[in-house]
Design a protein around this ligand. Structure first.
Ligand code: ATP
Length: 262
């Protein structure tokens, strides 16, 4: 294992990558998951690696949606379990109505169990989706498998790092879809009624804080909060943030260039 010096300017990112590579060796993450992570990192870089105000408001609205839901489900894939098992368990503890279901793009029975085990190790008692019994309409192959008492019955589904096809199928099935996806251009972010264009771990931590804060709010206040954001506007806000940041960085770069080189 390569030792990463703490002084490295991208220490956290390198530690995460090394952790994901190790979890790939254990079968929790697949090689495709590493590429998805790379795409996420690139967008986070562009967004400044911080949750910007519109994203924070979107997460507040998501917390309200989850508190209002009758049967909320959080869908977990390999990357989510690898990156944020502790945060998933903490959110489920704060919101007892929330079911957690393993939902894999690259499914094998062994892998589903590995992902579930990762969540159990983090303290989650019940994990659905290891032996799914129902199918989501419009999704061929293994990707359509869901749990009859979980996603199939859910009214609100939180889908971090999801693929576009499945997000679309969930919306067609009448679910309210909250996506977590740093790419505001992805089909997932476009399909979801509530796209959270922000980093998974930051979102889950903030979501938990908000669930705890909003727990005693009257339903009317929750409904107002839930309706305070609009999907297309949230994606547009992310694009504006990226654009403004790049403009500012480009100006800085020009200013910093030694005058001779200009
Ligand atoms: P789509 O099918 O929705 O168009 P895609 O082909 O990009 O999207 P995937 O390859 O499954 O879908 O990628 C998953 C998405 O998750 C990517 O858009 C990536 O930006 C995002 N992502 C990866 N890591 C994180 C993270 N830690 N937090 C938030 N989003 C992430």
């Amino acid at each position: 294992v390569t030792r990463i010096p703490r002084s490295h300017p991208r220490y956290r990112s390198l530690v995460l990558r090394s952790d994901l590579a190790e979890k790939m060796a254990r079968g929790v993450v697949v090689p495709e998951g590493l590429m998805a992570h790379g795409r996420g990192e690139a967008f986070d870089y562009l967004l400044g690696e911080r949750s910007y105000p519109e994203a924070l408001q979107a997460t507040r609205a998501a917390a309200a949606r989850l508190l209002l839901a009758q049967r909320p489900v959080l869908s977990v894939n390999g990357n989510v379990a690898a990156l944020a098992a502790n945060e998933v368990a903490a959110l489920a503890k704060a919101l007892p109505s929330l079911k957690v279901e393993v939902n894999l793009f690259h499914r094998t029975p062994g892998r589903a169990e590995q992902v579930a085990e990762e969540l159990r190790r983090a303290g989650l008692r019940t994990v659905l989706g290891v032996h799914p019994t129902a199918r989501l309409r419009g999704l061929p192959s293994d990707r359509g498998w869901v749990e009859a008492t979980g996603i199939l019955l859910a009214d609100v589904v939180l889908v971090p790092l999801e693929d576009g096809d499945r997000a679309e199928a969930l919306v067609r099935a009448g679910k309210f879809v909250i996506a977590v996806d740093l790419n505001p251009l992805s089909r997932t972010a476009r399909a979801a009624q509530l796209p959270l264009v922000d980093e998974l771990v930051r979102v889950l931590r903030h979501l938990k804080t908000e669930v705890v804060r909003q727990r005693r709010f009257p339903r009317r206040a929750l409904a107002t909060l839930a309706a305070s954001v609009d999907g297309p506007e949230l994606r547009a806000a992310a694009l504006r943030r990226i654009s403004a940041r790049l403009e500012a960085l480009a100006r800085e770069d020009v200013r910093e260039r030694p005058s001779k080189a200009r």
